[in-house]
Design a protein around this ligand. Structure first.
Ligand SMILES: [Zn+2]
Length: 240
């Protein structure tokens, strides 16, 4: 085999290990925190993809290693249970956490934005088109009927996703601390087969969030973090 091929085989076989081995450490809270050993979410899989190559290249899709495991296993469960569905995730955070504008939270690797799963005019599940023309998806506005351009929000697929995230978190001894979704769409979500149990078991934000969450739902995971004060001192720069 050509040397380059061997290198490639070696690189590929190392990928799952690299993904699984490193354990992240979060500090502080989602609103004021940081992250050590952040893990970059895989950019795509059989039933999911990242919102933007620009955003992933810029380093805006890092999470706590446990969160990465939860997200990937939830997508795997969905691929098995609901093979036709498409999912797009949005911004998460920096590799080392901290403020990531324009988000107010997303600071310690535990916050994730998921774009709503949608169906096209023919009722076929398709990935929501997120690009520079709509600020990487965040500028998309769904109307009261949950429609935008050719897309309609698939609340059933949304509920299945939240259910699988909840199951995957539970299986790893974690949980979901908060879900933010447009209050006008919650009744539609709760009207799905999974809806009543989600309504009972998930902490949906009450009241109006600071930005409209119609094109995405925001999820904070609950994983124990060290206090922010435990932060080891940064190495001092030299006399310069
Ligand atoms: Zn968010």
């Amino acid at each position: 085999m050509h040397r380059l091929n061997w290198l490639l085989v070696g690189w590929l076989s190392l990928q799952p290990l690299a993904f699984a081995a490193a354990e992240s450490q979060c500090y502080g809270t989602v609103g004021r925190g940081r992250l050590e050993g952040g893990v970059k979410l895989p950019t795509e899989g059989p039933n999911f993809k990242a919102y933007s190559a620009l955003g992933t290249t810029a380093g805006r899709t890092y999470v706590h290693s446990e969160v990465a495991e939860i997200i990937v296993s939830a997508y795997a469960a969905l691929a098995k249970d609901k093979p036709g569905n498409w999912y797009v995730y949005g911004e998460t955070g920096w590799e080392s956490g901290g403020r990531i504008r324009p988000h107010r939270t997303h600071q310690n690797g535990l916050s994730v934005d998921f774009f709503v799963p949608v169906r096209d005019v023919d009722g076929k599940p398709v990935p929501l088109s997120t690009g520079v023309t709509n600020k990487l998806g965040y500028d998309i506005e769904f109307d009261a009927q949950a429609r935008y351009a050719d897309y309609t929000i698939d609340f059933d697929a949304t509920a299945e996703h939240l259910h699988q995230l909840q199951m995957a978190a539970k299986a790893r001894g974690a949980s979901i601390a908060l879900v933010i979704f447009d209050p006008q769409f919650l009744p539609k979500l709760f009207a799905t087969p999974r809806g009543p149990s989600l309504q009972k078991s998930l902490p949906f934000m009450k009241g109006t969030p600071w930005v409209r969450h119609d094109e995405h739902y925001h999820v904070d995971f609950r994983i124990p973090c060290k206090p922010l004060a435990d932060t080891p001192a940064r190495p001092q720069k030299s006399n310069l």
